[in-house]
Design a protein around this ligand. Structure first.
Ligand SMILES: [Ca+2]
Length: 480
C-alpha cells in the first residue's frame, strides 16, 4: 500500500472520529454531511446520464451511477423562484418571488399588465435548523433570491452572485477548502454554480474540443461544469467522506434554446417541449441526482414528482434534524424515496404571470396532477374569450403535443378550478388587462401578446423543425 493510501485512510478515520464526537450522541450514527450543488439553466437532457450524446459529463454520470437519478424532478421556469423555494420550503408565490429578480416589466404594448413582485423574507431558512443541529453551513456562488444567506442560516457566504469565468473554478476550490476545514464535524454546503447560464463563454481549448457539437461553446460550458463537480467529488473521495455525505446535483430551471440576442440554438430539451422561461416541460423539468451510498441504491432511478420546496423537509428528515412545519409548509419530504419507497407528492403548481425573453415565455399558470398537466395562458384568449387552456397527458405525451382540453372537459374544468383555488390560498397576483388603446402598433402587438419582443411564429415551434432535429434529433434517444 502506498504512503498516500495510508494517509487517506488515517485522514478518513480521523474525520469519522471527529464526526462521532461533534455530530452524534454516543451509539448514534454520525450525522450525514450535505453537499447540495445547483447548476444554472442546465437542461433536463444536458448530461450523459440523461441522454446527451454530443458531449461527455463523466463526473456527473459517475455521481448518478453511485445513487439515484430522478426523471420527474421539477423547478420553476426561471432562477429566483426556484431558489426561493429551495431555501424556504415554501412556494415562491407566497414569498412574492415569481420571476427572476428584479424581472422585466411587461412589454410596452402588451395587452396585459404583469404584477409587481413584493418579496417576503421568512423568519428562517434552509440553513437555520442545520446550524441549530450543530452543522457548519456555507453557501457559495449564486444566491439570486430574497433575503441573504446569513439571514437564512448560512454561516458563510462566499463568491456570492459572481458569474462565470475563472470564478466558477474558484467556487469549486472554495467548496473544497470548506469541506477540508470542516471534515471533522457535520457540514452543509450549498454550492451554486453560474454554469451554464448565458452569456456563452468557455475556455478556448474546451471550445476547440467540442468543435463538432451543435453549439461548441455551450458544450464546453457543460464540460467545464462537469469538471467542477468532479473537483468536489474528488475532495470527498480523498477525505473518505463519500460514505457519509449526501450529494445532490440539481438545476434551477430548464435549458435555454433561443432567447433575445442569441442567434444559434444553445441546447435542445427534446423530447420535451419548450425551454427556460415557459411552463412546458422543457422549461421546468430538470436533472436531479442524489447520492448517499449507504442509503440510496446505486444506479437507481425514480419517477417521483419533486418540487424545489421539497428539499427543505427532505434534508431535515434525512439528517435526523427536527422539522420546521410552520416554515417549509409547501414542501413534502421525499426522504422515503431515497430509501426506495414511493414518492408522496401528487400535484405541483406553477405561477408565472410574467413575460420572459426566452421563446414561448408568456404569462401562464399550471397544475400537474398525477399524469395530467393543465396550462392556463394569461392574456391569450380562446374562441369564447376565456384564457386559453391546454391539457396534456404526460405519460402518453411527454412532448406536450396533443392538447386534450376539449376531449376531456371534466378533467380540464376540475383541474382549472383546483388551480384557481390554490391561487387564492397562496395569494397569487394575476396579470391585469392593460389600458385599451387604438394605436396601430398596439393592436398589432396585442395579436401576439408580446409587443416588440414578438417571436416569429416559426421559432415558437423551433424544437420541432427539421433544422433543429438535424442538429440534435438523431442522437436523442426515444426511450423516455
Ligand atoms: Ca437559472
Amino acid at each position: 500500500m502506498k504512503r498516500d493510501d495510508w494517509k487517506r485512510i488515517l485522514l478518513g478515520a480521523l474525520a469519522l472520529l471527529g464526526q462521532l464526537v461533534a455530530g452524534a450522541e454516543p451509539g448514534e450514527k454520525p450525522k450525514p454531511n450535505v453537499v447540495f450543488m445547483v447548476a444554472d439553466d442546465l437542461g433536463w437532457r444536458d448530461t450523459g446520464c440523461y441522454g446527451r450524446k454530443e458531449w461527455n459529463t463523466p463526473n456527473i454520470d459517475k455521481l448518478a451511477a453511485s445513487g439515484c437519478r430522478f426523471t420527474q424532478a421539477y423547478a420553476m421556469p426561471v432562477c429566483s423562484p426556484t431558489r426561493t423555494m429551495i431555501v424556504t420550503g415554501r412556494h415562491c408565490v407566497r414569498q412574492g418571488v415569481t420571476d427572476w429578480w428584479p424581472g422585466y416589466p411587461a412589454p410596452p404594448n402588451s395587452r396585459i399588465q404583469t404584477p409587481t413582485m413584493k418579496p417576503v423574507i421568512p423568519d428562517l431558512g434552509l440553513g437555520t435548523p442545520f446550524v441549530t443541529g450543530g452543522y457548519a453551513t456555507c453557501h457559495i456562488g449564486k444566491w439570486h433570491t430574497m433575503g441573504s444567506p446569513a439571514k437564512l442560516g448560512f454561516q458563510q457566504s462566499l463568491l456570492t452572485d459572481v458569474f462565470h469565468g475563472p470564478t466558477e473554478q474558484n467556487k469549486a476550490e472554495a467548496a473544497v477548502k470548506f469541506i477540508r476545514e470542516n471534515k471533522g464535524q457535520p457540514f452543509f454546503l450549498y454550492l451554486c454554480f453560474s454554469s451554464v447560464h448565458l452569456p456563452l463563454g468557455a475556455l478556448p481549448e474546451k471550445i476547440q474540443q467540442h468543435d463538432g457539437a451543435p453549439n461548441p461553446v455551450y458544450a464546453a460550458m457543460a464540460d467545464q461544469l462537469d469538471g467542477y463537480v468532479g473537483t468536489v467529488m474528488q475532495a470527498l473521495h480523498e477525505l473518505q467522506l463519500e460514505q457519509n455525505t449526501l450529494v445532490i446535483f440539481y438545476s434551477d430551471n430548464g435549458g435555454v434554446q433561443l432567447c433575445d440576442g442569441v442567434s444559434r440554438p444553445v441546447t435542445s430539451n427534446l423530447p420535451l417541449r419548450g425551454n427556460k422561461g415557459c411552463l412546458y416541460e422543457g422549461g421546468v423539468r430538470v436533472p436531479l441526482i442524489m447520492s448517499h451510498p449507504p442509503t440510496i441504491k446505486a444506479g437507481s432511478t425514480s419517477d417521483a414528482m419533486i418540487s424545489p420546496a421539497d428539499f427543505f423537509p427532505t434534508l431535515l428528515e434525512f439528517c435526523r434534524l427536527p422539522s420546521c412545519p410552520k416554515n417549509h409548509i409547501d414542501g413534502i419530504s421525499f426522504a422515503g424515496v431515497l430509501r426506495g419507497e414511493p414518492g408522496k407528492r401528487q400535484e405541483l403548481q406553477w405561477h408565472y404571470p410574467h413575460f420572459s425573453h426566452h421563446a414561448m415565455g408568456f404569462p401562464a399558470g399550471a397544475l400537474r396532477k398525477g399524469e395530467w398537466k393543465l396550462i392556463e395562458w394569461f392574456g391569450q384568449q380562446d374562441e369564447y374569450g376565456r384564457n386559453r387552456i391546454e391539457l396534456f397527458h404526460l405519460t402518453k405525451d411527454p412532448g406536450e403535443q396533443n392538447n386534450w382540453a376539449d376531449r376531456f372537459p371534466h378533467i380540464r374544468n376540475t383541474m382549472l378550478k383546483e388551480l384557481e383555488k390554490w391561487r387564492r390560498e397562496v395569494g397569487a397576483l394575476l396579470p391585469m388587462p392593460a389600458v385599451a388603446t387604438n394605436q396601430p402598433a398596439v393592436r398589432q402587438s396585442q395579436q401576439t401578446g408580446w409587443g416588440s419582443h414578438a417571436w416569429p411564429a416559426e421559432l415558437t415551434l423551433l424544437s420541432r423543425t427539421p433544422a433543429w432535429v438535424a442538429h440534435y434529433g438523431a442522437s436523442m434517444g426515444a426511450e423516455e
